[in-house]
Design a protein around this ligand. Structure first.
Ligand code: NAI
Length: 328
């Protein structure tokens, strides 16, 4: 099959070329949107990532070009209008899991960095400043850590936190039996927010979870608590988070995802004037740590993404059942 890849970076090319044996892969750096759909002309499928916008207009254009398959090389599919795909007879497949440990471990990296300020210590020591001023952290041991969404990533994260000696609280609409057997307590969202020293988000972005962390929920959090989001940016109302950081109600914020990330993340904008005032305000806080959607970025995960995506495409081509199908 001929597949048009959008939002491509050098590492995507490297891993897909390593594992591809049978398809013709066309790599485009451009994100897929209404202006770039024509790049898919002549292809049978498109392969896209988290910030490609597959709304009804794009999907209709893809259908007119003869595209039969949208292969997401990620787990989340909140960027695809599934009803439009179904109406246009286009199948959607995804990579449901690619090293949940990669994302869980990155969430822990954000916690540890914000807490023990290793990013600041690294720079200080390089400048010959060996002082400890303002580097005070806290023991994670014995702290309450609230996990919102306890699927594959949330489970891996919770288990690491148990290893640190934390008391893990969980909230999910479908509690995870493995975690219950480990003695993890499920509670209401309100109680989790009220009691936790650290809150980490691991639920998908849906209509129900959009701005699950908002003005109201931030006010309900324990004063000075840490909030971590490695899931999807729009789980947090960023403007409300800024107000609570300013007042000190929110003690720390670590994010690998951001509501308006598609204009920024995965691009080198060094030397450019960044027009997004909200992220610039966030970047000005000493207790905010931002990484640019790199939670998934390990060798194991990139291997899994390439292999599963190519297998999804192969199964589609052969007319075999699509085990990673996203139903409309
Ligand atoms: P999963 O599907 O295994 O788990 C999601 C959990 O969230 C499920 O247990 C589900 O019941 C729960 N959930 C759904 N709606 C909820 C609600 N309204 N309230 C509370 N819980 C709810 O997904 P997985 O693999 O653990 O991934 C979680 C998210 O992580 C993905 O949806 C994606 O947005 C994000 N992700 C981020 C990456 C990164 O690089 N930063 C990479 C991969 C995924």
């Amino acid at each position: 099959m001929k597949i048009a890849f959008f939002s491509i970076h050098s590492y995507d090319k490297e891993y897909f070329n390593r594992y591809n044996t049978q398809h013709q892969l066309l790599f485009f750096e451009a994100a897929l949107n209404e202006q770039t759909t024509n790049l898919a002309a002549g292809s049978n499928a498109v392969c896209v990532f988290v910030n490609d916008k597959l709304n009804a207009a794009v999907i209709t254009q893809l259908a007119q070009l003869g595209i039969k398959l949208i292969a997401l090389r990620c787990a989340g599919y909140n960027n695809v209008d599934l009803a439009a795909a179904k109406a246009n007879n286009i199948k959607v497949v995804r990579v449901p899991a690619y090293s949940p440990h990669a994302v869980a471990e990155h969430a822990v990296a954000l916690i540890m960095t914000l807490n023990r300020k290793t990013h600041k210590a690294y720079n200080r020591v390089r400048e010959g400043d060996f002082s400890l001023r303002k580097l005070t952290g806290f023991d994670l041991y014995g702290k309450k850590v609230g996990v919102i969404g306890t699927g594959k990533i949330g489970e891996a994260f919770a288990k690491i936190m148990i290893g640190f000696g934390c008391n893990v609280l969980a909230y999910d609409i479908y509690p995870n039996e493995n975690l219950k057997q480990l003695g993890i307590e499920y509670t209401s969202l309100e109680n989790l927010l009220k009691s936790s020293d650290v809150v980490s988000l691991h639920c998908p972005l849906t209509e129900q979870t959009k701005h699950i962390i908002n003005e109201h929920s931030l006010s309900n959090m324990k004063k000075g608590a840490m909030l971590i989001n490695t899931s999807r940016g729009a789980l947090i109302d960023t403007k409300a988070a800024i107000e609570h950081l300013k007042s000190g109600q929110l003690g720390y914020l670590g994010i690998d995802v951001y509501e308006q990330e598609e204009k920024l993340f995965f691009n080198n904008l060094t030397g450019e004037v960044i027009q997004d005032d909200v992220i610039m305000r966030l970047m000005s806080f000493p207790n905010v740590l931002i990484t640019a959607h790199q939670g998934f970025f390990t060798d194991e995960a990139l291997t899994q993404i390439a292999q599963t995506t190519l297998k999804n495409i192969h199964d589609f081509e052969m007319g075999w059942p699509l085990i990673n199908d996203v139903p409309g």
